[in-house]
Write a protein that binds this ligand. Structure first.
Ligand SMILES: [Zn+2]
Ligand SMILES: [Zn+2]
Length: 186
């Protein structure tokens, strides 16, 4: 795995954003919930804390969720990433700050609208993934009753389940029960 630390962080943050309405309902229904999400993921810069900002983040979430499903279609993904880079007017610059003291890229000005900054950073991270030929790391959770997405950053790309809904454990328990049932009473 050779993604830079800020690319990995952007990918995990994007994944978490997409999943905020895919497990246990809407988790970003209120401005305060968005505020908590941003703090949890170390987002710096402007925060309006109003409904317009929240709506823009919801729209970005929908767009990113749709992009995740294009992981098997490289050409289509490239077109979407280019569109997102253009729409967000991505403009890379290096910075470091208390939340992330290693040098890393920001893709927009700290005073640009939040959804634009989030979109630009995600687009740039996805551009890294495409350039490394690693789009297959963008996955959907393998649990049949789960719509969550995941970014598989494991060495051998072996992850199958999201980390939002305890899906891996649930599937292991289900498989164990099935084996026990097939084996019949002891
Ligand atoms: Zn930063
Ligand atoms: Zn899941």
């Amino acid at each position: 795995m050779n993604f830079s630390h800020d690319t990995e962080l952007s990918l995990r943050s994007a994944c978490a954003l997409v999943n905020t309405d895919r497990v246990d309902g809407e988790q970003l229904g209120q401005v305060a919930a968005l505020d908590d999400f941003l703090t949890e993921w170390g987002w710096t810069g402007r925060r309006d804390r109003d409904d317009a900002e929240l709506a823009a983040v919801h729209a970005l979430r929908t767009r990113l969720g749709a992009m995740w499903t294009l992981a098997r279609d490289e050409e289509a993904m490239v077109a979407e990433v280019n569109a997102l880079l253009a729409d967000t007017q991505a403009r890379p610059w290096l910075t470091r700050h208390a939340e992330l003291p290693d040098w890393h890229l920001h893709l927009a000005d700290d005073q640009d609208p939040l959804a634009r900054r989030m979109g630009a950073e995600t687009a740039m991270a996805l551009a890294d993934v495409i350039r490394d030929g690693e789009l297959r790391r963008l996955k959907s959770c393998a649990a049949p009753d789960c719509d969550a997405v995941l970014i598989d950053l494991s060495r051998n790309r072996s992850r199958r389940f999201c980390d939002t809904g305890n899906c891996g454990n649930r599937q292991h328990v289900a498989a164990y029960r099935e084996r026990r049932a097939q084996a019949g009473p002891a």
